[in-house]
Write a protein that binds this ligand. Sequence first.
Ligand code: KIV
Length: 271
Amino acid sequence: MAIAGRAKKVTTHTLQEMKQAGEKITMLTSYDYSLARLVDGAGIDVILVGDSASNVMAGNETTVPITLDQMIYHAQCVVNGVDRALVVVDMPFGSYQGDSKTALDSAIRIMKESGGHAVKLEGGAEVAESIERIVSAGIPVMGHLGLTPQSIYKFGTYGVRAKDDAEAEKLLEDAKTIEAAGCFSIVFEKIPADLATSVSEALTVPTIGIGAGADCDGQVLVLHDMLGITKDFSPRFLRRYADLGDTIDSAVKQYISDVRARDFPTDEESY
Ligand code: KIV
């Protein structure tokens, strides 16, 4: 079955088929219309409206401050630029941890107000009831285990997670629990590659890795990091595919210089 290159819209079922066919799933973040349009046009499978918008768009140190309204705004902008990719929207800190009714209300707001196709939330057994309730309402849920940035103040560092046996065993149990609760896919962030391999094999739903080795069913990166727009973040897992930071810097400097030298605009660029 030729799955690559399909023009059809990507759905959660497509991702399941891709896992079964052994075809890798590609996912990148986007937070605005213009970049989402480019990323979708290039053929990405999944666009994550990540709460990393808190860092990348707003300049906050953590993902904790971003609000549900702000996530909905970013998701609306992304949805407007997407024809094919599955758009997954992060549920921000505070919008689902309280109880499953709050979680459902937040997920419904995201779906109704943004037009996104699915939500993502962080955590294991402690959020299983919320996942079940959201999925029962017809909303697809992506899980997120390993390094869960919304809990940074509990863990204290952004280091690799589940390095010891106890934490690795807990991660496997959490993954099975949230799969059973109804997650259609799970992100593994910054965990040992061999753990990600064995947990991916133990699950029927596709896994998407970031700093979790090559054997997850798909990979995700933060767009601004892989394009080299953010400069001050260089974890080992990050491959930079472009140096747009430098490109933007020289373009802006050239513009400043042209305006100051009266080289811009020319007669041809005037009316
Ligand atoms: O918010 C985000 O960008 C994420 C990815 C790092 C998976 O959750």
